[in-house]
Design a protein around this ligand. Structure first.
Ligand code: HXC
Length: 255
């Protein structure tokens, strides 16, 4: 216990792995703890943005010691996806701020975020095939959605560990920060997102996801129109537009 920490600064929560001796590798126990903290974030209406960030190394993957002796049944039980899906489904923006290594199940954790920022010297990849396995916590699904299929296949088939620059070039990360500044940059972005209409942000997040899952393009546009119109039931929409007309900054109440 105690290898994962949730800190809160105003409306921003920061979830961090604290297992430096193993480069923040994710043990099964640690992910169970993470699940409880994610639940806490989900139920806290004060939290408007979540940052995933760990000191020195984002996470060097799932703990190989935990998996080494698994058979098929044990591997089936060794799942991170319910927790990772919970993060992706949070109704608030999630930012991954990546320092050092983000590998395998660690990078798959970063893929649950809406926006990824990596520091210049960060190293990312999916080395599972070098261990005789493949990504098992959403990597084969989320990576191609973000980078396109060809780049995802190159990354997952080679197991290469790539630089932040290469990751940005294939869209795996949104931006690069100077070394030592990634958390600061993520906080700045989070502060900006906290000033936006939270109900509108949640609706946009939900609608983008629904659009990706909806094979019928026209149905996707229809879902968007429905979700867009619903926002006119909110006080935040009234406030946002009133503030514009009165030439002042809006004060959104999450209502
Ligand atoms: C367990 C790990 C670990 C991991 C590092 N360590 N990664 N332990 N699981 N994933 C431990 C090392 O054993 C070592 O412990 C200590 O952390 C420091 O690591 P070193 O290897 O000595 O550091 P370095 O030489 O700098 O190399 C860094 C590294 C390397 C390139 C990141 O550690 C590495 O290749 N790690 C494994 C990366 C990986 O394959 N990840 C994917 C895992 S599979 P000791 O006790 O020796 O000091 C996966 C599947 C997800 O994630 C599926 C989810 C369901």
């Amino acid at each position: 216990m105690g290898q994962i920490v949730l800190k809160q600064e105003g409306a921003i929560a920061v979830l961090s792995v604290d297992r430096p001796e193993a480069l923040n590798a994710l043990s099964r126990e640690l992910v169970d703890e993470m699940d409880l903290l994610v639940e806490r974030v989900r139920k806290d209406p004060e939290i408007r943005c979540l940052i995933l960030h760990s000191e020195k190394n984002f996470a060097a993957g799932a703990d190989i010691k935990d998996m080494a002796d698994c058979d098929e049944e044990a591997a089936k039980a060794f799942v991170f996806s319910p927790t990772y899906d919970k993060i992706e489904e949070l109704p608030i923006p999630v930012i991954a701020a990546i320092e050092g290594y983000a590998l395998g199940g660690g990078m798959e954790l970063a893929m649950t975020a809406d926006i990824r920022i990596a520091e210049k010297s960060a190293k990312m990849g999916f080395p599972e095939v070098t261990l005789g396995i493949m990504p098992g916590a959403g990597g084969t699904i989320r990576v191609p959605r973000v980078t396109g299929e060809a780049a995802a296949k190159e990354l997952i088939f080679t197991g290469d560990i790539i630089s932040a620059e290469k990751a940005a070039a294939i869209g795996l990360v949104n931006r690069i920060s100077e070394d030592g500044e990634v958390l600061r940059d993520a906080m700045k972005l989070a502060e900006k997102l906290c000033r936006r209409g939270p109900i509108a942000l949640a609706a946009a997040k939900r609608t983008i996801r629904a659009g990706q899952e909806e094979p019928d393009w026209k149905r996707g546009i229809q879902i968007e129109a429905e979700n867009w119109a619903k926002l006119f039931n909110t006080e935040d929409q009234k406030e946002g537009m009133k503030a514009f007309l009165e030439k002042r900054k809006p004060e959104f109440q999450n209502r």
